[in-house]
Design a protein around this ligand. Structure first.
Ligand code: PLP
Length: 394
């Protein structure tokens, strides 16, 4: 039950919808009043296997009876196993585990600065990121986030950051100088409104980085772990980054983040970076369970196929309701830009009909259901959206 205590004891950081969720199974969640919802938010692209997937539940249960936490003063088998699975399935060779997306990005920025300082000295520290990007809320990640609304009131931010318009190769070239150590991008901007990088842009960034020994950091916190229909978003572009960061979907709901880097870029040495909880046995057990499911034969193909199916259905809805301006995204990371100033009413009305979605950048509906969502569930979501748009007179 939500009581007056919610506002009394919790900091006022979220504008929450007035429901309290108690249970989930697959794509469904139940609130404290017994209402059931189709969950197309999935903890913001976190519940990759759906709610309470048996493989994840069992992994957490079993590990919690053996060893929940031990310090990184000692080895733990799960951490080694998860790092191996990630390395074997990506461009990366070495992994560092953190607890969140922001923390992974902080570490990636530190790693890039360390690499540059070892090779070129202290004058090479600048990080270029994109306007409209989102990299997290801690100071380094916040500074990298190219949206003023998140910066307001928190200055001074870190020095040495520059922002360029997304998908603009010339603007990027103009910003490059010999003080730049890294370019940090999402291949599909998530919080910024589901904007995909163009293939030409990502290829050009790779070339610019190669020519100047600048590290290409791809923030795969949202796009990673199968979300876009490939295990990692960069795979759509025929290039590899030097460093990528992971979090959201990796633990299927259990907090875990990671920095993944190529061998020659993995320049941290003992004492450079650390995290008390990072990569503890329980978090890594969750990560292993998720990675094993997602790398099963056919899983990613089904994500890609369901994404196409969903986009097709949204395109048909667009024919009917001209208020839908554009449908975009990859795999099960889909945005619907609405021809209105503010689309949050649609979210509230959909919730009243049993569908959870969210709205970003004022007028973009974001759909990031669990990767195990079914076509029938997508059909139901479409019927609800259609109903809502009809009722609102669109
Ligand atoms: C959510 C997100 C983050 C921040 O992750 P937290 O776990 O909330 O710190 C960073 N980058 C991207 C691309 C994200 O979507």
């Amino acid at each position: 039950m939500i009581t007056s205590d919610d506002k009394k004891y919790l900091m006022n950081t979220y504008s929450r919808y007035p429901i309290t969720l108690l249970e989930g199974k697959g794509t469904k969640v139940w609130d404290d009043k017994g209402n059931v919802y189709l969950d197309f938010v999935a903890g913001i692209a976190v519940n990759s296997l759906g709610h309470c997937h048996p493989a994840l539940v069992n992994a957490i249960k079993n590990q919690s009876e053996k060893l929940i936490h031990c310090s990184n003063l000692y080895w733990n088998e799960n951490q080694i196993e998860l790092a191996k699975i990630i390395a074997e399935n990506s461009f990366g060779d070495k992994v560092f585990f953190a607890n969140s997306g922001a923390e992974a990005n902080e570490g990636a920025i530190k790693l890039a600065r360390k690499y540059a300082s070892l090779k070129y000295g202290s004058k090479r520290y600048k990080v270029i990121s994109a306007k409209n990007s989102f990299h997290g809320r801690t100071f380094g990640a916040l500074t990298a986030t190219g949206q003023e609304k998140y910066h307001k009131g928190f200055g001074p931010l870190l020095s040495g950051f520059k922002y360029v318009p997304f998908n603009d190769i010339d603007a990027l070239k103009e910003t490059i100088d010999d003080e730049v150590c890294a370019i940090m991008l999402e291949v599909v901007q998530g919080e910024g409104g589901i904007h995909e990088a163009t293939p030409e842009y990502i290829k050009a960034v790779r070339e610019i980085c190669d020519e100047n020994d600048i590290l290409f950091i791809i923030d795969e916190v949202q796009t990673g772990i199968g979300r876009t229909g490939k295990l990692f978003g960069y795979e759509h572009y025929g290039i590899t980054p030097d460093i990528m960061t992971l979090a959201k979907g990796l633990g299927g709901g259990f907090p875990i983040g990671a920095i993944v880097a190529k061998e020659d870029k993995s320049v941290f040495s003992p004492g450079d970076h650390a995290s008390t909880f990072g990569g503890n046995p329980l978090a890594c057990a969750a990560g292993i369970a998720v990675m094993k499911e997602i790398t099963k034969e056919g899983f990613l193909d089904s994500v890609a196929q369901k994404g196409e199916y969903f986009k097709g259905k949204l395109e048909s809805l667009k024919e009917k309701h001209s208020v839908i301006k554009e449908v975009r995204g990859k795999g099960l990371m889909i945005g619907c830009e609405m021809d209105m100033e503010e689309a949050s009413d649609i979210v509230t009305k959909a919730m009243g009909k049993g569908l959870l979605i969210n709205c970003i950048s004022h007028n973009v509906l974001r759909f990031v259901p669990s990767l195990t969502v079914t076509e029938e569930e997508i059909d139901t979501a479409i019927i609800i959206l259609d109903d809502v748009l009809c009722e609102m007179g669109f």
